[in-house]
Design a protein. Sequence first.
Length: 232
Amino acid sequence: MRRKESSRGLLIVLSDFCASYPVSEALITEVDDVENSPSGNGQTVRPSGTMATEMNTNSCPGSNIRREEMHQKTGCSFRVSGISAEVLDEFRQLSDDELRKRNVFRYIADQKPGYPCRVSLVDAEIGEALLLLNFGHLTSATPYRSVGPIFVRESARETYVRIDEIPEVLRARGRLLSVRAYDSSDMLAGAVVIETAEIDQSIQEFFADRQVAYLHVHYAGPGCFACRVERA
């Protein structure tokens, strides 16, 4: 008899709680059904799967989101960064012949989209000058150490850095993206090839894994590095 009173008391407390906060009716029903459960001991009360999902408002392990902000977040906050504009400083005023001696080539954009800048993370305008050069985007001493060709707009002077915003180069229709996840030791933790419409979902799915420290996004066709994404 005492056990039944205990379960009813819990139901009353939950009912009072619901007056101030919205709680799934499935949870209340489950508590009410404890008395009629096969065990009938009233000692184990588990929220339904729906309730568990509703309460899990922070899907970004390892982020700096404060507890009082969790209800305002629908996913992991992230930062997208281009490469430093300083990579261009030694090349800006060089002639085509001088650039070639340094294994750098000057191009003029003849279509848009088609020449994505890795500094500003925008596609070059038609007629705009770009430099094609080799860049080390993962330089640590691991088997995944990587360098490769990238385009940069010769006029780019400000590095793209935004929080919770996707740059236009990752939105262009028809592009395939390769998203590569790395752990804190710069070892590959996962990878996927997606369409640009799937980039938001892909970021959230990777950052839900505590093993993932950051992402490198590449253009899947040529395989060139595009940008870095990390938790904000």
